[in-house]
Design a protein around this ligand. Structure first.
Ligand SMILES: [Zn+2]
Length: 150
């Protein structure tokens, strides 16, 4: 019998895990600049002295800016399965936030089908698992590619 593992975020507080998962960033209430990972101390915009931030859910869709086939184990906070399995990483541009967010491309997506400007959507996918839990992280999936990640 297969036991259903509990799905938990691999990194606490970086994204929501509902039906429509979204990255959690912060926005400077003074100048409106978005930050991800979230910034809560002082605004990194050099022409702003803002010290107050609100938590925001970032856009769930963006466009591929660049991508690469990753054959090397990434640094923390990324935790990799052992043995390491190569995967594709995409830098995705979020229009509203005017920022680029790195993430793995959802499994099963052919590298050849990726191109700059392709619209992708945030999904949650397994990063690694142990006996009782499935640790999930955000991944980018081409829009209209079905809901493979469930
Ligand atoms: Zn600011």
């Amino acid at each position: 019998m297969t036991q259903l593992k509990e799905r938990v975020p691999a990194i606490e507080g970086w994204f929501t895990t509902g039906e429509a998962p979204a990255l959690l960033g912060s926005r400077c209430t003074t100048c409106g600049t978005y930050f991800f990972p979230r910034e809560d101390t002082f605004c990194r915009n050099p022409s702003c002295s803002g010290r107050e931030f609100e938590q925001v859910e970032l856009s769930r869709r963006g466009r591929v800016w660049s991508f690469t086939d990753n054959r090397y184990q990434p640094p923390p906070p990324y935790v990799s399965p052992d043995p390491f399995v190569p995967y594709t990483i995409a830098a995705v541009e979020l229009a509203t936030e005017r920022m680029v967010v790195l993430g793995q491309v959802a499994p099963g997506v052919d590298l050849a089908s990726l191109r700059a400007g392709l619209e992708v959507e945030l999904v949650l996918g397994t990063l690694y698992e142990d006996e009782r839990h499935e640790y999930v992280v955000w991944k980018w999936q081409p829009v209209g590619d079905g809901g493979r990640e469930g």
